[in-house]
Design a protein around this ligand. Structure first.
Ligand code: KIV
Ligand code: NA
Length: 265
């Protein structure tokens, strides 16, 4: 395989080829996602929800993100591996942001980082970029700010927030970010941002007028089943299939059907 780089993603946008991105948090899943041809694998801080069962992304630590990222890196041959800097590891000052960034890059072997926010964290992003670490932005519904928003509903429906979002996207491009995730904003606004910048815009709940799509892998394969926003397309119902399979195993053990003659030494 030819490895996906930040440069290949920018070329894909220029050539009109859409970018596919999914999350992964462990080696086995990352290997499957990479083999299937996904361009970008995100070690999202959604691991806080999906892997650890927290209600929000806020509790996950830098050490935990590094653990997930190092597991993913070992499973990937082709995709670009991007890691979320978790809440509290980059917002206070740019020096702290750079220190967090360096720890993830050194200890996990990942290729790039993602940080939530616009002008509030500009200095931190610049410092990380200055150290040669590629940064992906994340605007719109930024889950690390959930207690500021109060709900997980669509962002930037009003003019003021939409204007700030466009300014932030242009700023992120200008300082050197290689791509931006736009989460849960009106499709029309997302398309407008994708038009306004030459770096790729990857959407989640941001419509079809952007340069690529990202989903949480456990959601798209239907391993999770309680979370059903309208932007989510489920390609499998693994929750149901796994529950059936595991239920069958329990039955087979109880009935002494498993193991049979051939399944022992
Ligand atoms: O953590 C995550 O999974 C994300 C994506 C939903 C963009 O940030
Ligand atoms: Na995230």
């Amino acid at each position: 395989y030819k490895r996906v780089t930040t440069k290949s993603l920018i070329d894909m946008k220029a050539n009109g080829e859409k970018i596919s991105m999914l999350t992964a948090y462990d080696y086995t899943m990352a290997k499957i996602v990479d083999s299937a041809g996904v361009d970008v694998i995100l070690v999202g801080d959604s691991a806080s929800n999906v892997m650890a069962g927290h209600e929000t992304t806020l509790p996950i630590t830098l050490d935990q993100m590094i653990y997930h990222a190092s597991c993913v890196v070992r499973g990937v041959e082709r995709a670009l591996v991007v890691v979320d800097l978790p809440f509290g590891t980059y917002q206070s000052d740019s020096k702290k942001a750079l220190e967090s960034a360096i720890r993830v890059m050194k200890e996990s072997g990942a290729h790039a980082l993602k940080l939530e926010g616009g002008k509030e964290i500009k200095d931190g992003i610049k410092k990380i970029l200055g150290a040669g670490v590629p940064v992906m932005g994340h605007l719109g519904l930024t889950p690390q700010s959930i207690y500021k928003f109060g709900t997980y509903t669509v962002r930037a429906k009003e003019e003021e927030e939409a204007t700030k979002l466009i300014e932030d996207a242009k700023m992120l491009e200008k300082i050197g970010c290689f791509a931006i995730v736009l989460e849960k904003i009106p499709a029309k606004l997302a398309a407008q941002v994708a038009e306004a910048v030459s770096i790729p815009i990857i959407g989640i709940g941001a419509g079809s007028g952007v340069d690529g799509q990202v989903l949480v892998v456990h959601d798209m394969i239907g391993m999770t089943h309680e979370f059903s926003p309208k932007f989510l397309r489920r390609y499998m119902n693994l929750y149901e299939d796994m529950t059936k399979a595991i239920g069958q195993y329990v039955e087979d053990v109880k009935s002494k059907d498993f193991p049979n003659e051939k399944e022992q030494y």
